[in-house]
Design a protein around this ligand. Sequence first.
Ligand SMILES: [Zn+2]
Length: 99
Amino acid sequence: MSNTTLSEKTVVTRKPHDCWGCGESFPPGSKLRYIFSIWQDEPCSIYYCDLCDHLTDIDDCDEGYFEGDLAWTFAEYFGFDSVEEMRSAFDSGRRFECP
Ligand SMILES: [Zn+2]
């Protein structure tokens, strides 16, 4: 298993995209983190919303996540009942840290 990140940048989307971390769908014109990588010899491009981008920054556990699972894993971990609850805390300025 190998994963090589070739490019990573923040983009304003021209098409709707699902965030890989939370599975939520974001309309054109959203600001998303775009990551292009080679995953097991296949080119792979994924998008992260602000929240999930933040979550991947603090994720030093380096566990594998399935698509849409990242935000849920952290929501549970930080004691939120839903990803939406965590997102509104994040939107009002709360930042999360792994202990
Ligand atoms: Zn997300």
